[in-house]
Design a binder for this molecule. Structure first.
Ligand SMILES: NC(=O)C1=CN([C@@H]2O[C@H](COP(=O)(O)OP(=O)(O)OC[C@H]3O[C@@H](n4cnc5c(N)ncnc54)[C@H](OP(=O)(O)O)[C@@H]3O)[C@@H](O)[C@H]2O)C=CC1
Ligand SMILES: CC(C)(CO)C(=O)C(=O)O
Length: 300
């Protein structure tokens, strides 16, 4: 039996827990901040129900084979009490978060050789504790090597396509090129499609171009088509739709991952001498309009 603890059973953590709970090889525990009883996840393949063990206090937790961290990036340090109880000498820790800094955010808490950064493309939203809608099939990318391949194999009996990639850095940055543009609906609080204009296109294009330039400087391969698909996605965003989890968080009055999704482009741009005026401006405006809920830059 492989033991798996999922820290942060929100939209992503709850969805992954529901899928993995269908596999009898696994013993699943949820490490929750807000208590929950069970999981009911609507997926494109139907409804998944699961009743994994729920721990709400790190004192209840024990050593496990795998820890899956699925909190927001800004909660990274709050997972330390869980990690202290869950991680033994053999435990591997997968960081399932947006952005490109999964390792940086956790390497002061877990030895880097046992960290697995994960890129996940799986739209999910939580309406109540344990109640989640997964709206499209999921894709997971991890770095090649034993840890990445073992992590991907956990999803063998699920409908999530998990794969190890030699060029994992490109997987992260390509996703960020799409995600960084969602700062626009998070700021304007409405879909971009109905208010599309040449000026709006210039802003979205600049956000994605800056991300691509910084990503390339970080070693990622990013085709121009990635920028074009970001522009097309924002142009096609329909009235009333939510532009990803950062927009959903702003609507719900939650903190936003603005540093992980846009601030990082500014920070790493500075490191490489690449100007990022569009990302810098929108990060500043979002921080100003959403304050005190938004952190323009994370402490670490
Ligand atoms: N939602 C989506 O469609 C996608 C999200 N992502 C990324 O996945 C990551 C997770 O996002 P998402 O699932 O949407 O976020 P949610 O806010 O839905 O879930 C985060 C969960 O973490 C819990 N949490 C926070 N701190 C702790 C802690 N110290 N101990 C235990 N639990 C904790 C929260 O608790 P509580 O229940 O109290 O809120 C919540 O259940 C983010 O980086 C996001 O960008 C990536 C792809 C798609
Ligand atoms: C765009 C999406 C839903 C893709 O998984 C995402 O990453 C997010 O909103 O955080």
């Amino acid at each position: 039996m492989t033991s798996i603890a999922i820290v942060g059973p929100g939209a992503i953590g709850g969805t992954l827990a529901a899928w993995l709970s269908q596999d009898k090889r696994f013993e699943i525990a949820l490490c929750a901040r807000t208590p929950l009883v069970d999981l009911v996840v609507e997926t494109p393949q139907g409804t998944l129900r699961a009743t994994p063990t729920v721990w709400t206090d790190p004192a209840q937790a024990k050593l496990v084979d795998w820890v899956l961290i699925a909190t927001k990036t800004y909660s990274a340090d709050t997972t330390r009490p869980w990690l202290e109880r869950l991680v033994g000498p053999q435990t591997r820790v997968a960081i399932i978060q947006n952005g490109v800094e999964q390792v940086r955010l956790f390497e002061h808490m877990v030895p880097a050789e046992r960290l697995v950064p994960v890129m996940i493309n799986l739209p999910a939203a939580r309406s109540a504790p344990g109640r989640i809608v997964q709206s499209r099939d999921g894709i997971i990318a991890v770095p090649s090597g034993a840890n990445g391949e073992d992590f991907a194999a956990l999803f063998d009996h699920t409908n999530i396509a998990a794969k190890a990639h030699a060029d994992f850095v490109s997987q992260l940055w390509v996703k960020l090129c799409g995600n960084c543009a969602s700062i626009v609906p998070a700021l304007t609080l409405r879909a971009t499609g109905p208010v599309w204009s040449a000026d709006m296109e210039a802003i979205v294009r600049a956000l994605a171009e800056e991300c691509a330039a910084v990503g390339r400087a970080e070693g990622a391969e990013i085709a121009q088509s990635v920028v074009e698909s970001t522009v097309a996605a924002m142009q096609g965003m329909k009235e009333g739709s939510v532009g990803g989890s950062i927009h959903a968080d702003r609507l719900a009055g939650n903190p936003m991952e603005v540093d992980a999704r846009n601030g990082v482009i500014v920070r790493l741009g500075e490191k490489h001498g690449i100007p990022t005026p569009a990302n810098r401006m929108l990060v500043t405006l979002l921080a100003a309009s959403a304050s005190p809920w938004v952190q323009a830059t994370e402490a670490r």
